[in-house]
Design a protein around this ligand. Structure first.
Ligand SMILES: Cc1cc2nc3c(=O)[nH]c(=O)nc-3n(C[C@H](O)[C@H](O)[C@H](O)COP(=O)(O)OP(=O)(O)OC[C@H]3O[C@@H](n4cnc5c(N)ncnc54)[C@H](O)[C@@H]3O)c2cc1C
Length: 408
C-alpha cells in the first residue's frame, strides 16, 4: 500500500469506485481514504423511499462490515472535504485534517435544487435526498392534512407517494403543462395523471409556487400558487431537480462546466491528471448525469485507470428511467424526450390506460428511445432491441394481449 487514493463523498458512486479498486488491486497497491459528509456510510439512495415503508438503515446499507473494516480502507464519517492544494497534492477536511493523495476522486453527487420562493426556509420545508431528510419529513408529517410537493418529476412523484404512506393528502405542483416533462410526452403523462388521481394525489400543472406562508411561530401555514390557489398545509417537500455539487472544483482551481459540474473528459479526468470526478458531480464533456447507472460506469472506468488497465471512454448512451409508483408502469429510455428531433416516431396506444412510443434513428431505423406508460410491455422485453432494428411484432411487445381480448 504505497499509494493513497482519496475519495471525496461516500455516496453510491464513491462507494462503487472503492469496491472496484479493491477488487482489481491484487497487489494491494492502494490505501483508500474516503471523506464522507454524511454520518452514515454509503447507502442505496435510489431505494431511499423504502425507508418510509419500513426498511431500516441497515437494509439500505451498501457498505458492509467487511468493507468498513478492510485494512486498506479508512472511511471518515461526518468529515467533509473543504479545500486543498493541488501543488502539494493535499485535501483538507472541515476538521482541519490534511490528507496527501496520489490520486483524488471527487464523488460529491448532487444537491437538491430549491427554487428561490419566499418562505422556502420555514420550519416544515424539506428536501428529499438523505436519511436525515426522510427522518425530518416523518417527524413533521400530520396524517389527514394536505402535504405539498414542489416538482412533478420522478422524485416529486416518489415524494408524493411517501407523504401518502405517512397518511397525508399529497398535492404536486409542477410548472410544466404535465407530469414528468423531462421523460414523457403529453399522452403518456395523461396515463400517469389518471393513475395518480385514482390514488388520491392532487396535481397542479402549469403553475408555480409563489410563496410559502408562515404561522407567527415561523412554521409553514400554506402554499400560494401563481394561479391563485391556496393550499393549507404544514409541510412542503422540494423535489424540483438537483444541481451538481462542484464547490470543490472551485476550491481546487479546477474548471466547472457552464451548466455546473466538475469538468472532465471521457475518462472522467480533470485537467489535473491526478484528479478525477465521477457520478452526479461529474460533467463529462460538460454534461452531468443524475442517474446512478452512468455513475457506476464512470466508477468502473476510473478504477481500471488507477490499476493501470485499459479503460473504455464513457459513452453517453442513455439508460432506462423507471418511475417507482405502485400500480402503474411508467418508463422512458434513450432519446425519448419530447422534442427530440430527427427520429421517426411510432405510437401504439389503446384507450386511456396504455400508451407506448418508440423512436427510430432517421437513417438506420434502429431503436434509439421510447416511452412506456400504463398497461404496456415491460422495459425488459424492449431492452434487447435498443440499438437494433425493432422486430416485426413490435406492437405485440409494446401492447401485449390481455386475457379476454381478441387474439389473447
Ligand atoms: C429518492 C431518490 C430516488 C432516486 N431514484 C433513482 C432511480 O430510480 N434511478 C437512478 O438512476 N437514480 C435515482 N436517484 C438518483 C441517484 O440516487 C443518484 O444518481 C446517485 O445517488 C448518484 O450517486 P453519487 O455517488 O454521485 O452521489 P450521492 O449518492 O449523492 O453521494 C454523494 C455523497 O457525497 C457527499 N459529499 C458531498 N460533498 C462532500 C464533501 N465536500 N466532502 C465529503 N462528502 C461530500 C454527500 O453528502 C453524499 O453522501 C434517486 C435519488 C433519490 C434521492
Amino acid at each position: 500500500m504505497d499509494r493513497t487514493l482519496v475519495i471525496v463523498g461516500h455516496g453510491m458512486v464513491g462507494h462503487r469506485l472503492a469496491e472496484a479498486v479493491l477488487a482489481l488491486d491484487a497487489d494491494s497497491q492502494w490505501r483508500i481514504i474516503i471523506l464522507a459528509e454524511e454520518d452514515q456510510p454509503a447507502y442505496d439512495r435510489v431505494s431511499l423511499s423504502s425507508y418510509l415503508d419500513g426498511k431500516g438503515k441497515n437494509d439500505l446499507a451498501l457498505a458492509r462490515e467487511d468493507f468498513l473494516h478492510h485494512p486498506a480502507v479508512e472511511v471518515r464519517l461526518g468529515c467533509p472535504a473543504v479545500g486543498g492544494c493541488r501543488a502539494a497534492r493535499i485535501v483538507r477536511a472541515a476538521d482541519g485534517a490534511e490528507m496527501r493523495y496520489d490520486a483524488l476522486v471527487l464523488a460529491t453527487g448532487s444537491r437538491p435544487f430549491v427554487p428561490p420562493v419566499p418562505g422556502r426556509d420555514l420550519t416544515g420545508c424539506f428536501a428529499y435526498r438523505t436519511f436525515d431528510d426522510l427522518d425530518a419529513i416523518r417527524d413533521a408529517a400530520r396524517p389527514g392534512h394536505a402535504g405539498v410537493v414542489v416538482g412533478g418529476g420522478l422524485l416529486g412523484l416518489e415524494a408524493a407517494n411517501a407523504l401518502r404512506s405517512l397518511g397525508m393528502r399529497p398535492h404536486i405542483v409542477e410548472t410544466a403543462p404535465h407530469l414528468m416533462p423531462a421523460q414523457l410526452d403529453a399522452d403518456a403523462a395523461c396515463v400517469l395523471q389518471q393513475h395518480v388521481a385514482r390514488i388520491g394525489v392532487v396535481v397542479h400543472c402549469g403553475t408555480a409556487v409563489d410563496s410559502v406562508d408562515a404561522h407567527p411561530n415561523r412554521t409553514v401555514r400554506s402554499v400560494i400558487l401563481s394561479d391563485g390557489t391556496v393550499i393549507d398545509t404544514p409541510l412542503v417537500v422540494f423535489a424540483a431537480g438537483v444541481r451538481p455539487r462542484d464547490d470543490l472544483a472551485t476550491a481546487l482551481g479546477l474548471e466547472r462546466a457552464p451548466q455546473g459540474g466538475v469538468l472532465v473528459n471521457a475518462y472522467c479526468r480533470t485537467v489535473d491528471d491526478r484528479i478525477w470526478a465521477v457520478g452526479g458531480c461529474a460533467a463529462v464533456h460538460g454534461r452531468c448525469y443524475g442517474l446512478v447507472a452512468p455513475g457506476y460506469r464512470m466508477a468502473a472506468s476510473v478504477a481500471r485507470q488507477l490499476l493501470g488497465h485499459d479503460a473504455e471512454p464513457f459513452n453517453a448512451a442513455d439508460t432506462f428511467t423507471t418511475l417507482r409508483l405502485p400500480g402503474v408502469n411508467i418508463a422512458s429510455f434513450g432519446t425519448s424526450r419530447p422534442g427530440a428531433e430527427g427520429g421517426k416516431q411510432m405510437v401504439f396506444a389503446e384507450g386511456p390506460t396504455r400508451y407506448a412510443k418508440v423512436l427510430l434513428h432517421p437513417d438506420t431505423g434502429v431503436l434509439i428511445g421510447g416511452i412506456l406508460a400504463g398497461d404496456t410491455g415491460s422495459r425488459a422485453a424492449l431492452q434487447p432491441f435498443l440499438g437494433r432494428r425493432p422486430p416485426a411484432d413490435l406492437e405485440d411487445i409494446l401492447l401485449p394481449s390481455r386475457p379476454g381480448r381478441p387474439g389473447s
